[in-house]
Design a protein around this ligand. Structure first.
Ligand code: 26V
Length: 822
């Protein structure tokens, strides 16, 4: 890519200047001499040198927004799954080759120092990674946007696989410091918990209510600059760290109570200690609610403070600020904003409510019942008494307004209530987020339809304009340019440098190249290159050799029953048996690649990991397989591993039970890099099949409607289906008998029993369709011209799945802010 800065007519060349800057950072900021600098020292020096290049634009971006009084966007998210930032930053600044050359002159390899940067893994999976893509796209589109979240001291756990079982180890991304962040000790807010509410008659219309918490801690800001493509605009990700009001209770310490003296510190700081390692499984703990309120309160105080400083009038808030809630995790913002407006700014309730709804909007990311947040009323009353009062009031006024519209249907009123009465009294955070927002969106067309029909059916009937769809996207800078520079080079050669500035439109121009043998050959050669890189990673980490001529068949994502890694594993077993039993068939060589973390408390998911490892060990050791099948489970899936795996995939597994995967985003990353998808009509796969063409994918299985129909009919016993499918029966039987677990033959008995008797996720029900789709894959692979044509067309037609497009839609439809593309 030739996006580098051109050299000035006099003075040192950009490479020389960058080199001098690196050396200066190494010496004066890191305190090291080139002769005794470790890789990490070099990394830090380069990161600091790169950072210098964005600080001016960062200031300028902020100054412009201030000057022009732009409306600001605030993205509130409990998760930002960022990964590494060095190449991201250099590449968006157009400094990647400059830095590479500067380092080469110092005898340092950029690739080596790139690897020592720890991943910022402040998220679990798709939801957190989406937030990171959105931050980059918002900067690229020139939106005045701030991300707000928590600066977890420990991100998502490190997965170690020991004897096939997942073990969780503490992740320590901050151990060597973090050159990207700026600590802002002066930006600090008090956050209260507990206590009571004091009523005071100050002569006004309403009594003045004041919350008097009995526990207060501080939120300290840490800012990370987020640089957009071509470096033009630089936004801020502001993460909060919890601190105690005092670091030490000196009196207690002096009295000899050395532990008691720091007890408050430990309690307060536990809030930003660690990311909740669960995705879509109930967390339920008080600490989680404390995290949610902590970051919401700090963020709202901060943005209200900024608003007042810029505009001086609280009433213009909806015109000057748009606050997006990333899932229900920040839904307490509805009550907190009301509290701020009513109790602190003394705005009348009705007006405050209008302002709140006009300012907030909410994105839903899952319909899974176990992931829909609700908090026991008793816990809310104890931790956030004033907020609980406010929630009751919102609820009461809402129900009153419905009755006033002559709506008396008891079931409807019950279903739209903020309080769930059935399973002990609980606050429904989804309903709170819905009522407090002017816009609610789903993350794919199918998911949005299902929101309207299921979880929010009644609220949707009352507010039919509120729900809209915003299909997810991914940033092409990271997920194409950075992870696949060779392919990007070919795209630029074919379509011109300016492709990089508007790939979502320009990629389509690639379509005619799909018919050119020469281009297809280049495309395939880049894939080979990526496959070799992945193969050497697997060789290094697992000691397993992979045949890069085989189909690389990849399923990488969180381990969850609905994502159906089990379906893929059963296919693996059935294929293994077929290769052994039908040796004369011309089997196409496959490498099955799995990776993903299981929530620590999700036993079934951990058992699936063990099964994958048991199957891999058995198959890889069996000489009768003749190299036709290899299975690997690569430990510790994270953003950096995804960056190696995704460009190396021939086949992308997107096989969730239809109706359960809200969108998926890895599906888009794989297609963008030219992998063909084997998938169900679920989430964004539906839109992918429309835009890419179902003939360039391998679509199979029940639709969401068919799944729903089967569930409703209670047809979950699959005994007859199993009996009717020799391959499925054979695979299940082998797993059940302990073929893959001779050390503990009963290990998978219950698992198989459940698949057969209670097939909630339609694994058995979809098996035959999946098997046949996999054979279509084999057939297509044997026609290389056709395969690579489809691959090129996948890339050419994936443009719409850019997060720039998604953010453009949020900007126009929800936030009402212009972008630099307007
Ligand atoms: C839920 C919970 C529940 C309690 C404990 C911690 C925790 C953490 C995260 C979540 C959110 C689960 C929702 C989620 O991650 N949804 C995913 O969002 C992606 C981006 O929209 C989407 O592509 C995936 O399909 C969807 O599963």
């Amino acid at each position: 890519m030739s996006t580098e800065q051109t050299s000035a007519t006099s003075g040192p060349t950009p490479v020389e200047a960058f080199k001098q800057n690196i050396l200066a950072k190494l010496k004066y900021a890191v305190g090291k001499d080139p002769r005794n600098a470790y890789s990490h020292d070099w990394f830090e020096a380069v990161a600091l040198a790169a950072r210098d290049h964005l600080v001016d634009n960062w200031e300028e971006t902020e100054a412009q927004v201030d000057r022009k009084q732009h409306k600001r966007v605030y993205y509130l998210s409990l998760e930002f799954l960022i990964g590494r930032l060095l190449v991201d930053c250099l590449s968006n600044l157009g400094l990647l080759e400059t830095a590479r050359a500067a380092l080469a002159e110092l005898d340092v390899d950029l690739e080596t120092i790139r690897q020592v940067e720890p991943d910022a893994a402040l998220g679990n999976g798709g939801l957190g990674r989406l937030a990171a893509c959105f931050m980059e796209s918002m900067a690229t589109l020139g939106l005045a946007a701030h991300g707000y979240g928590i600066r977890y001291e420990h991100g998502l756990f490190k997965q170690v696989v020991s004897d096939g079982w997942q073990q969780e180890h503490t992740e320590t991304w901050l151990d060597f410091g973090n050159p990207w962040e700026f600590e802002r000790p002066e930006v600090s807010y008090n956050i209260g918990f507990g206590g009571s509410v004091r009523t005071e008659d100050d002569g006004g219309e309403m009594p003045r209510l004041t919350w008097e918490p009995n526990e207060t801690l501080r939120a300290i800001a840490y800012d990370t600059p987020v640089v957009g493509w071509r470096g033009s605009s630089v936004n801020t990700l502001r993460l909060w760290r919890a601190r105690a009001m005092e670091d030490l209770q000196l009196e207690r310490f002096n009295a000899g109570d050395h532990f008691g003296a720091v007890a408050d510190v430990v309690r307060a700081e536990s809030i930003s200690r660690v990311l909740y390692p669960a995705d879509s499984t109930e967390a339920g703990q008080e600490l989680r609610l404390r995290q949610e309120y902590f970051f919401v309160s700090a963020s709202l105080q901060d943005l209200l403070h900024r608003h007042m400083a810029a505009h001086g009038d609280i009433r213009s808030l909806p015109d000057k600020a748009a606050i997006q809630l990333n899932d229900t995790h920040p839904a307490i913002a509805v009550a907190e904003l009301m509290r701020q407006l009513v109790d602190v700014y003394r705005i009348d309730w009705n007006e405050a409510w209008g302002m709140t709804v006009a300012t907030l909007s909410y994105t839903n990311h899952t319909l899974l019942p176990e992931a829909l947040e609700s908090w026991p009323v008793s816990l809310m009353e104890r931790l956030l008494p004033r907020h609980m009062q406010i929630i009751y009031l919102i609820n009461a006024y809402h129900i009153d307004s419905l009755r006033a519209q002559d709506i008396h249907d008891f079931d409807l009123l019950r279903s739209v209530s903020l309080i769930e009465e059935d399973h002990g009294r609980r606050v429904r955070m989804g309903n709170l987020a819905f009522l407090g927002s002017h816009s609610i969106n789903g993350v794919s067309a199918l998911h949005t339809d299902l929101m309207r029909e299921t979880v929010f059916r009644d609220l949707h009937r009352l507010y039919p304009q509120r729900i809209s769809n915003k299909t997810n996207g991914v940033t092409f800078r990271r997920w194409l340019y950075q992870v696949n520079p060779l392919l990007t080079g070919s795209l630029v050669d074919a379509l011109g440098e300016n492709l990089l500035d508007a790939p979502e439109e320009r990629l389509r121009d690639l379509e005619p190249h799909a018919d050119k043998a020469g281009f297809r050959k280049q495309f395939a050669a880049h894939r080979q290159h990526s496959k070799r890189a992945l193969a050497s990673l697997v060789q290094e980490r697992l000691g397993i050799h992979l045949d890069t001529e085989a189909i690389f068949d990849v399923q990488v994502k969180r381990i969850h029953e609905y994502k159906r890694q089990l379906l893929n594993l059963l296919h693996t077993v059935a294929l293994y048996q077929a290769i052994r039993n039908e040796p004369t068939t011309d089997w196409v060589p496959r490498v099955k690649i799995f990776a993903g973390k299981a929530a620590a408390s999700y036993h079934q998911a951990k058992l699936i990991i063990k099964l994958a490892n048991d199957i891999a060990r058995t198959i890889n050791a069996d000489p009768t397989v003749r190299g036709l099948l290899k299975v690997v489970f690569i430990p510790n899936y994270n953003v950096s591993l995804a960056e190696v795996i995704i460009p190396a995939a021939d086949l992308s597994e997107q096989i969730s039970t239809a109706g359960l995967e809200a969108s998926g985003t890895s599906n888009m990353k794989f297609a963008l890099n030219g992998a063909l998808t084997i998938g169900t009509l679920d989430g964004a796969n539906v839109e992918m099949s429309q835009l890419i063409g179902a003939e360039h994918m391998f679509i199979f299985g029940m639709t969401a409607a068919q799944v729903e129909q089967r569930k409703r009919a209670g047809e979950l016993d699959m005994s007859a289906v199993v009996a009717g499918s020799e391959r499925l029966a054979g695979a299940l039987e082998a797993v059940r008998r302990g073929v893959f677990s001779p050390d503990d033959p009963q290990r998978y008995e219950a698992l198989v029993e459940q698949l057969v008797r209670d097939d909630r996720f339609m694994v058995c029900a979809d098996f035959d369709a999946y098997w046949h789709a996999q054979r279509r894959v084999d057939a297509a692979w044997q026609k290389p011209a056709q395969w690579w044509k489809s691959a090129v067309l996948n890339t050419a037609r994936a443009g719409w799945f850019s997060s720039d497009r998604t953010i453009g839609e949020y900007a126009v439809d929800i936030w009402k802010v212009p972008t630099n593309r307007d």
